[in-house]
Design a protein around this ligand. Sequence first.
Ligand SMILES: Nc1ncnc2c1ncn2[C@@H]1O[C@H](COP(=O)(O)OP(=O)(O)O)[C@@H](O)[C@H]1O
Ligand SMILES: [Mg+2]
Length: 265
Amino acid sequence: MAIISLANAKGGAGKTTAAVLLAAAYARKGKSVLVLDCDRFSSATDWCIKAGAKIDAISGVTSSNLAEHLRRNRGRYKHVIIDLSGASDMLIALASGLSDLVLVPVQGSVLDGQGAVHVFNIIDMVMQNTRSRVRRAVLLSRVNPLVTTRSLRQVQAMLGQKGIAVLATPIVERSAYRDMFERGCLLDNLDPAKTSNIDKAIANMAALLREVKTFIADDEHAQTPYSGICYGEERAAQPGKRDPFRRYAAASAASLAPSLSMPSA
Ligand SMILES: Nc1ncnc2c1ncn2[C@@H]1O[C@H](COP(=O)(O)OP(=O)(O)O)[C@@H](O)[C@H]1O
Ligand SMILES: [Mg+2]
């Protein structure tokens, strides 16, 4: 099971579109997908229901129930996509620490990355406090199809100089993506007479999946900073596997015990 979060503090960056497109592209390949929808308007969930695709969705996901949803669905899906629309800093931090990959959509034409920088700062904080690594990258979204590979490379180089990884495959600005969302259907079910370049949109998504695959490992949450919070008990139950958090908790409880003892009357 691979968990991918879409995060950007800014609305309209393309998070929900990217979440739905990724989920649809995985479902198209016959993979089981769960969308965890943090948007209070539940737009990704509504699309999943309307599209009739084999994509499960759970709406109303918050920082208090995200870990529980992941725990309950562990191993049931090949891919989990978290749409962090409108998420609080706390939810972004928690989701980042539980994800195998955080993708930060940034509009390729505008490139005002303030909302993206905010997300990267939160992830840095998570990494510093957990002393572990969160895989993350900018996903250029709504890129004008006329933008050349050369100018995209320049954008990648510019962000690369700031230490920010950028996926080589952008999500191109396509009416197919808008129509798919508005009509509540899959790319394959769009009418070619009404929507142009459906084949190009499908090819764009296939290329994105190939690149995303190079980022995520199929192993089960082995590396994620907060996986212990989410799956701690199950991990501890595995024979022969040590649970460092339990040992830490036991040690700190023992060291606190003298100060907690009540004075005798
Ligand atoms: N690649 C794209 N091509 C065409 N329209 C897009 C694309 N990405 C986003 N949009 C449109 O931009 C608007 C905002 O996108 P959305 O995914 O809802 O952003 P967010 O979830 O970050 O608020 C929507 O109307 C959506 O249809
Ligand atoms: Mg959204």
